[in-house]
Design a protein around this ligand. Sequence first.
Ligand code: ACO
Length: 428
Amino acid sequence: MADTLTITDNRTGKSYEVPIIDGTIRAADLRQIKVGAEDFGVMSYDPAFMNTASCRSKITYLDGDAGILRYRGYPIEQLAEHSTYLEVAYLLIHGELPDKAQLAAWQHSITTHTFVHEFLKRALEGYRYDAHPMGRLVAFLATLSTFYTDAKDVRNAECRRMHTIRIIAKMPTIAAWAYRHSLGRPYIYPNNELSYPGNFLAMLFQIAEPKFKVHPVLERALDVLFILHADHEQNCSTSAARGVGSAESDPYVSLAAASAALYGPLHGGANEAVLRMLKKIGSVKNVPDFIASVKKGEGKLMGFGHRVYKNYDPRAKVIKRLADQVFDVTGKNPLLDIALELEKIALSDDYFIKRKLYPNVDFYSGLIYQAMGFPMEMFPVLFAIPRASGWLAQWSEMLEDPEQKIARPRQVYIGVDERNYVPLDKRG
Ligand code: ACO
């Protein structure tokens, strides 16, 4: 049995044999299928990349039908239980879990790069108090590109390593400062004695306490949420990071592009959209009517469905358990009952069963964030902070991959054929 695919072109009667490697044929192999010497050759047409692999990657394995997610081979459930976000970030970027010395050096590098240029404070003053923090995050990442002009040397592995550390270290600082600005509160400088999530919580919520006490359950919960959000292979924002990065743009603007993609309500903005939806539903008794309206096509059940998962998102399972631990500390989020009822009805309803629509990572995460005191607008930012490590791992992998070039899809032109320009006074 050969690992090949035989294609017969019924226009010419010719047959072609193309190799199948890892269950994939190369779209470029289709170009040999032509009706004549002048013919460009057959292309594959795949809007929204429904069935096209854009890279070979060693970072994240995802089986959407089985509900499996692994970073560098490690199941997400094990990482969520035993690891920390910084260790996971190391794993994503370096390919292996660190030993003790490597982890200590990594944590030291991150914690000594958490400060941002004072100019950023002045840049913040240029925003209205109610500017969405994701808009600011996108802009700040691009602004950092103007400070670190040496980051443009993207083919240099040492340069990539240095700026990878800088970005992971500074994400919480710029996110926290954007939040403080929206409240008119003074900015809190990073405290390098605290853990990565602990420092972030302090920069967000410290008021006048000389030493901000981070609740250990909330600190761990945030760390687990960061682990769960760290990477998710070739999603919309990661593809944006790879696509922009393929033009050899620096990592700051490549991640600004990725953050812009994440901002959208169909992607990282969904956790915010879930909370807005739950608030709009208002009460458990309104859930059946809401589900009926979704089935009539009057809106989506936000936090449900996924391009790849056609099963319960494994991250949503971990988050659901985490929610109980957080609510024990903060008190139950009153919207939880509505979410549970929505899930119960949706999972037993034909419309959702037939379309394999299950809760995704965003369905419960917003409830936890809200219980922890985060305003809704911060939810996508909480997604972007840990996803930075995934974006950077993917960006570096793309640059090291000898097969990759500047990303440039083809199109099928369906517009009008050549025609002559008509002067304005002659147009009908
Ligand atoms: N509520 C109701 N119906 C839905 C939903 C939903 N949340 N999601 C998909 N469907 C329906 C579609 O209307 C479509 O029905 P049809 O076959 O009758 O036309 C069918 O299910 C297939 O859906 P598609 O839109 O083709 O699926 P796609 O893979 O393109 O979309 C997406 C995936 C964007 C995530 C979609 O499920 C959605 O919009 N969900 C809500 C937003 C959300 O939660 N996004 C977060 C995703 S996780 C993340 O990005 C981190």
